[in-house]
Design a protein around this ligand. Structure first.
Ligand code: ASP
Length: 292
């Protein structure tokens, strides 16, 4: 039986009211439109989640891929993960340096190794051996490096990430997430994004991608917790809000996007805004930054 596909993506919960997000709004709509065509043509949830995140990474508009911000030592250490709900297979890279699309490296870890996560030098060696596209001129490639302070006031764990959750026409769910992490992070710091269950999760009922202060998302197993709450009978809206409330109660901020197998979409956040766009099972496309 063919299902109506659905999708939701985010460009991070670090949105600030004083900034203008017109370019991101236009871009996110373009990504959803492109992915709608792919889903209508029968593409798998996993492929579409990766393709959407590649578009977000390549745009330079978000703090992932081309838009990455450096760590305190000036190095770009990028994290990404993905999970396929139908098989519960997952792949991830942490603190990866020198490659254009961390989410593609995460997919290769899933498809080509017996492991789930590769980190640091090992991840870079693997990406090199797989022939993944390196970053050429790093300074020119990271278009937002000089804008980091505008994006993220020093001394705060400001953040911005990209992610996508997809339901395909076969009823399969998948999620993918990619980030440069929080601004001002220590060298070697790894957040929730590359950790399945913390920043990314997909099973047969839900798909979730998180964005925010990753340390808090790890402590509550945020993305998997959405899945467990839904498995226990909570509606998606309640399950996702419950997780964000728990993070807020601990002093953390951020948001998440989630999708269930019926095509319900949820995107709660407790930060000022969260860049996000979606496709409903009815075929409607929406884009929001600040409204809830
Ligand atoms: N969650 C990411 C991290 O902690 C940052 C973000 O979502 O903006 O690395």
């Amino acid at each position: 039986m063919s299902h109506a596909p659905a999708l939701i993506l985010h460009g991070g919960a670090g949105a600030r009211r004083e900034r203008n997000y017109d370019a991101e709004v236009v871009h996110m709509r373009q990504v959803v439109e492109a992915m709608k065509a792919r889903l209508d043509a029968g593409a798998s949830a996993l492929d579409v989640a990766v393709e959407a995140v590649v578009m977000l990474e390549d745009s330079g508009l978000y703090v992932a891929g081309r838009g990455a911000s450096p760590n305190l030592a000036g190095a770009y250490e990028l994290d990404a993960s993905l999970m396929d709900g139908a098989t519960r297979k997952a792949g991830a890279v942490a603190a990866l340096q020198g490659f254009r699309n961390p989410v593609v490296a995460a997919r290769a870890v899933m498809d080509r190794t017996p492991h789930i996560m590769l980190a640091g030098e090992g991840a870079a060696l693997f990406a090199h051996d797989r022939g993944l596209e390196p970053i050429g001129d790093e300074a020119a490639w990271f278009t937002r490096a000089g804008q980091g302070e505008d994006n993220h006031p020093p001394g705060t764990l400001s953040h911005g990430t990209v992610g996508c959750c997809v339901l395909d026409i076969q009823g399969r769910l998948a999620a993918a997430t990619s980030t440069a992490g929080v601004f001002g992070k220590m060298p070697g710091r790894v957040g929730d994004t590359p950790i399945p269950a913390a920043g990314t999760w997909a099973d047969e009922r839900t798909a979730t991608s998180c964005t925010g202060q990753g340390e808090y998302f790890i402590r509550v197993a945020a993305a998997a917790q959405v899945g467990w709450r839904v498995e226990a009978g909570q509606p998606l809206a309640e399950a996702t809000q419950g997780v964000i409330d728990q993070i807020g109660g601990m002093g953390g901020d951020g948001g998440l996007i989630a999708l269930d197998r019926d095509g319900n979409i949820a995107a709660p956040f407790n930060s000022q805004g969260m860049k996000r766009a979606w496709l409903t099972t009815g075929g409607q496309i929406g884009v929001e930054v600040f409204g809830r």
